[in-house]
Write a protein that binds this ligand. Structure first.
Ligand code: BDP
Length: 688
């Protein structure tokens, strides 16, 4: 294929001893044959093992009886080898998706067993084993037990059907060719493999904006097709093939739907959630869809936000809206993911989501999940965690993060988001007055994490080879948020770029630092947000610096900078539980990296080390650029050590990133200079 294999490259293992040992363990293979998932597992092994080992295992068509060097994959019911070598209770105790990998002796022979209570678990176990091989880990004494931490590990595609555009997508047009459905392209299967290999188990296929997108893009005029039209009967059939393709990989499809669908798709003259006809319409629509796609995960809904219709149109609230639709999905086991990303009357947008949703805690139906963006504003380079985490104990919550780099350099800058997500996961909400990090609040059966996808038709998938790491890391973190940044990153690098230690060390380090650098050159590093341009052109939007466009978000004025979100200001701090609120409320205890998110302070206010605010902003902007230059130079040391194609591609992007970072630095520092009237102590900032 012309497109990249990402981390499923399966390059030949060159170390002779390692390869020999793997070959010994995998001379024979048997995979149970009873389900679509199992046939996908077989296909994966047929491809991966010969490539990795340079030798083809014998694939048995029957369960093994007595052979050495056997890789057996199945549930205990599938074969005696497994039932007799692994305690059945150990398997039965695993959650959906969990698996065991064990080196066992059976009838005097050495065997390797991958087993699980579900076929989905077998799939994850197989990909886990293949990962170990790709990482050249010893496998002769394996004793692995894994379960996913979160039940729902969803990707949200922001693909606009038929336009084939992807809102905030920087990896080309949508990989889904809706016009040609139900025809399936081989690429869909490769996409499903990538997702399953990191444990993603749900995919929302279309954009949350199901009526006209808020921004113009180059393709906008082409077709009036809107996402809501997917619910039309003539479209729904098209979608069944795609659903079975994903089913083979344990991935449930979801649809973004429009709140006003009873009017747009149906011919009702209202979408009032309390209206009987409306309820019946949703129920009938759900029956129809589930008749075609029985394992549909459910609906994702953006309502009363950025021009999308919602319950407010009928003087109802979000509970009325979400529950009415959830009721239609309930008999089918479907779930509504209802987004908390709303804004309205408040001058400070940060207070809105909590104000709207916290009072509704406990009122949502059991099959509703409230999906909350990581921060209170909107995927900015750095924000504190949303106050809703910990504030709705009686509601199923989902955490939404962005894989696509809308505000962090798009397809050009090498901004790896895992460190950002880690900060959110570890964010201490102290919801119960004791240790309750965000990551501990999402473990229920109706909870989990959702990532806004960064995938498109480009050969690189993500527009930048290094951005593939964001997809990989999201999946791994959703599987186990306790894995360290280093572990996940190194896994990705080894699978993607091979075992050369210099390459591994360099790229692992190269991914660790760009986020902080980006915060520095795009914001000055003290918690400012939205310094970016809001242009009409797709690629300009949210990419270039333009601090004067959004003064309300960062509060620059002659007397100082930052937004007062304390009790004297917008009162946002008070939405946190007391110990957290107090920490942010006081300038003394508020951490520097969020200082100006919570406080409006004089330009010459002195930080702990005696540096003034304006000077720190200057310094951080300059540091950010230096850091990117250093990263670019580090990348250059890889020339000749990795393939030319990827080397060049990333090198060119780093050059561009340096140029853009300089532009950000110059625009921001002159802006600070102009407002503050205070020159840079080191004379680097010009006045114009
Ligand atoms: C903003 C994006 C916009 C999305 C919106 C959302 O700029 O394109 O539609 O979020 O999450 O960040 O709904």
């Amino acid at each position: 294929t012309s497109y990249d294999d990402c981390w499923l490259r399966y390059d030949r293992i060159t170390a002779d001893d390692v390869r020999a040992s793997y070959r010994r363990q995998c001379r024979h293979a048997y995979v149970s044959e009873k389900s679509p998932e199992c046939s996908a597992i077989r296909d994966e092994l047929r491809q991966a093992l010969p490539e990795l080992l340079g030798a083809k295992p014998h694939f048995w068509q029957h369960p093994p009886t007595t052979v050495d060097g056997f890789l057996a994959i199945g549930t205990p019911d599938d074969m005696a080898l497994i039932a007799e070598s692994v305690p059945v209770d150990d398997v039965a105790a695993l959650d959906d998706g969990g698996f065991l990998i064990r080196a066992v002796t059976w009838n005097g022979a050495d065997c390797l067993v991958v087993t699980a209570p579900t076929d989905r678990g077998l799939m994850y176990g197989t990909f886990h084993l293949l990962r170990l091989l790709q990482l050249r880990e010893p496998i002769d004494e394996l004793e692995i037990r894994e379960e996913p931490t979160y039940a729902n590990r969803l990707l949200n595609q922001w693909d606009t059907p038929f336009r084939r555009s992807v809102e905030r997508g920087y990896g080309g047009e949508s990989i889904f060719d809706w016009e040609r459905l139900p025809d399936l392209r081989p690429r869909y299967e490769d996409y499903a493999r990538l997702l399953a290999s990191v444990g993603i188990n749900g995919i929302v296929l279309n954009n949350v904006n199901t009526t006209k997108p808020p921004r113009k893009s180059a393709n906008d005029a082409v077709d009036a097709f809107e996402g809501w039209q997917l619910l039309e009967s003539r479209r729904l059939e098209d979608f069944t093939g795609l659903a079975s393709l994903f089913r083979r990989y344990g991935i449930r499809p979801y649809l973004s739907v429009n709140f006003a669908a009873p009017m747009l798709v149906g011919d009702l003259d209202t979408a009032d959630p309390l209206d009987n006809d409306v309820r019946e319409w949703w129920a009938a629509k759900a029956d129809e869809i589930y008749g075609l796609v029985p394992d549909l995960g459910g609906f994702l809904i953006k309502a009363d936000s950025e021009g999308q219709p919602g319950p407010y149109d009928y003087d109802r609230n979000h509970v009325d809206g979400a529950n009415a639709i959830a009721r239609a999905l309930e008999p089918h086991g479907g779930r509504v993911w209802w987004r908390a990303f709303v804004y309205g009357s408040h001058e400070d947008r940060a207070v809105q989501a909590y104000d709207t949703f916290e009072p509704l805690d406990g009122e949502f139906s059991d099959n509703v999940t409230v999906q909350i963006k990581n921060g209170p504003i909107d995927f900015q380079p750095r924000e504190p965690a949303s106050t809703l985490f910990g504030a709705m104990p009686e509601t199923d919550l989902g955490l939404e993060v962005q894989l696509t780099q809308e505000y962090t350099g798009q397809g050009v800058h090498a901004t790896y988001h895992l460190p950002l997500w880690k900060e959110v996961f570890e964010f201490e909400t102290r919801a119960d007055g004791e240790a309750t990090p965000v990551k501990s609040l999402l473990r229920g059966a109706g909870q989990g994490v959702a990532g806004v996808a960064n995938i498109g038709e480009d050969d690189t998938w993500t527009g930048h080879y290094l951005s593939q790491a964001n997809l990989y890391a999201f999946g791994r973190m959703a599987w186990n948020p306790d894995l360290s940044v280093e572990t996940i990153t190194e896994e990705w690098v080894r699978q993607t770029f091979g075992a050369d230690e210099v390459v591994v060390e360099t790229i692992t380090e190269l991914l660790r630092d760009p986020w902080e650098a980006c915060i520095n050159y795009e914001t000055g590093g003290l918690g400012l947000v939205h310094m970016m341009h809001n242009g009409e052109e797709f690629l300009e939007n949210h990419y270039y610096p333009s601090p004067e466009e959004w003064p309300g978000y960062h509060g620059a004025s002659e007397d100082g900078i930052g937004v007062d979100r304390t009790e004297r200001g917008s009162g946002y701090t008070a939405q946190y539980p007391a110990p957290i609120a107090e920490r942010y409320e006081s300038v003394e205890t508020c951490p520097d990296e969020l200082l100006l998110f919570f406080h409006h302070l004089p330009w010459d206010y002195e930080l702990d080390d005696g540096t003034t605010i304006v000077q720190r902003l200057y310094d951080n902007c300059f540091d950010g650029v230096e850091e990117v230059e250093r990263l670019r130079d580090r990348w250059h040391t890889l020339e000749g050590r990795i393939d030319e194609r990827r080397y060049r591609h990333v090198a060119e992007r780093f050059d561009e990133q340096v140029a853009q970072a300089e532009r950000w630095r110059d625009v921001l520092t002159s802006y600070f200079r102009e407002y503050s009237g205070i020159p840079d102590e080191r004379g680097r900032v010009r006045r114009d």
